[in-house]
Design a protein around this ligand. Structure first.
Ligand code: ADP
Length: 420
């Protein structure tokens, strides 16, 4: 059996007592009642639910009931929907402005609960209060326009002040991060130095010879310190990139030699992990203008990731090709791959796609993930040189290992800072 649809009334009201009273009365009279506490919420609900009638208080915390009416009236789907304003009995001016804003009529507060369902039916049947003469209408229109412009100005000023304080807070945050990272770096360097001294101490050396556990403990401590140093350096580099403090020390460099140095850093890991490396430094441009330290950092991050996400026995291919203007670099692996939806987000700050602890096949140095800054740093560095970086991968699959290819395209001759 087909059910007749209940008439839907949207009631926009911020006062809880009125809300409860009207909602109860309307439900009792058989209406389906939707409630919104704020103007914008009311507009959203109206667009979603298409009520048969909208009842709105005038004084709402964000948009006024009049403004809600003007917004909805200008949409074709609400051109003929009865919109009824609730105003206090004494507020003649308010009522006139509500008519100008486009309401079908108004009900006065305090609400007469007994009469309410009848009044709602009246408007549902198409009634319109139309009791303004031309002079009052013109006066109300001018008042409403002034009110709108005044409120708009007020809101823009509020937003500007708010925006300024947000920018200030954001700057404070950057300074705080930078200072903290700096402050942490100094004692950490000391800890690192002391741990080296301790290792070289004859008594400790003797202990290490006597007891293999001591060596493992010392190595564990050193690895942890190195990892902390890496994180702190990443935070510092990242905050320089974000705050535009990245001054490129552009010079002529041999990219093949830089790539070779990066490869050398990972030689031990490559051997331990039985990873096959395809790399011919002579393919790489020998003359290129760039900041060699930053390029080394970007390549280090990419090769480290390729090693981290490729199970033992896989292949990593480093390739470069150049014409007279541009160079194209590729760091390709046969690892777990990257899901299509993550291929853009991984270049954002603090984005890691999965728990790398689970996927790393390495037993020691490459175990565990970073904090998701590596690729954001690479992107910052490459873009600062006027280049771009992206990834291509058929998808993430830890069994089939589809692999990933990170590609960099950048100018061989550095562009001037102003042109970047
Ligand atoms: P982290 O420093 O934490 O490794 P990155 O910014 O370098 O962060 O990488 C972000 C995420 O991108 C990683 O958590 C990983 O999920 C994914 N990723 C990066 N490189 C590879 C790769 N070669 N293969 C598969 N996934 C990768």
């Amino acid at each position: 059996m087909e059910q007749t649809r209940k008439t839907k009334v949207l009631y926009i009201e911020d006062d809880p007592a009125s809300r409860m009273l009207v909602e109860r009365a309307l439900r009792f009279a058989g209406y389906d009642v939707l409630i919104a506490e704020r103007g914008l919420e009311g507009i959203d609900l109206a667009r979603r639910e298409h009520p048969d009638l909208i009842l709105t208080d005038i004084n709402l915390p964000d948009l006024s009931g009049r403004e809600v009416t003007t917004v909805l009236r200008n949409e074709t789907s609400f051109a003929n929907t009865p919109i009824v304003a609730l105003t206090a009995q004494t507020q003649n001016e308010q009522r006139d402005m509500a008519m100008v804003a486009g309401v079908s009529g108004y009900l006065t507060k305090p609400i007469d609960i007994e009469a309410l369902p009848g009044q709602i039916e009246h408007y549902l049947h198409g009634a319109r209060d139309n009791n303004l003469d031309t002079t009052s209408l013109a006066a109300a229109r001018t008042r409403y326009m002034r009110e709108l412009v005044g409120r708009l100005e007020g809101r823009i000023r509020e937003l500007e002040t708010f925006n300024e304080s947000l920018l200030h807070l954001d700057k404070m945050k950057d300074i705080f991060i930078q200072l903290t990272a700096h402050e942490l770096r100094t004692p950490l360097t000391l800890v690192y130095g002391y741990s080296r001294l301790l290792q070289d101490n004859p008594q400790v050396k003797f202990l290490i010879q006597e007891n293999a556990d001591t060596l493992a403990l010392m190595q564990g401590m050193n690895d942890a310190i190195v990892r902390m140093q890496k994180i702190i350096n990443e935070i510092l580099t990242m905050s320089r990139i974000i705050t535009n403090q990245i001054d490129l020390a552009i010079g002529m460099m041999d990219l093949g030699r830089i790539a070779q140095q990066v490869v050398n850093q990972f030689q031990q890991a490559l051997t331990e992990r039985h990873l096959h490396l395809v790399f011919d430094p002579s393919e790489w441009p020998q003359r290129m203008q760039a900041d060699w330290e930053l390029m080394q950092l970007a390549l280090t991050n990419l090769l480290s990731n390729a090693i981290k996400y490729t199970p033992d026995g896989g292949t990593i291919t480093l390739r470069a090709s150049a014409d007279e203007n541009r160079v194209r670099l590729s760091i390709k692996d046969t690892g777990i791959g990257i899901a299509p939806e993550a291929q853009v987000t991984i270049f954002e700050r603090f984005q890691t796609t999965h728990n790398v602890q689970l996927h790393s096949t390495s037993k020691t140095a490459y175990r565990g993930g970073g904090i998701g800054l590596g690729l954001a740093i690479c992107k910052g560095i490459i873009e600062a040189h006027g280049g771009r970086i992206w990834v291509e991968s058929p998808g993430l699959d830890e069994q089939r290992l589809p692999g990933s290819e990170f590609i960099i395209e950048m100018p061989l001759v550095a562009q001037s800072r102003a042109a970047l």
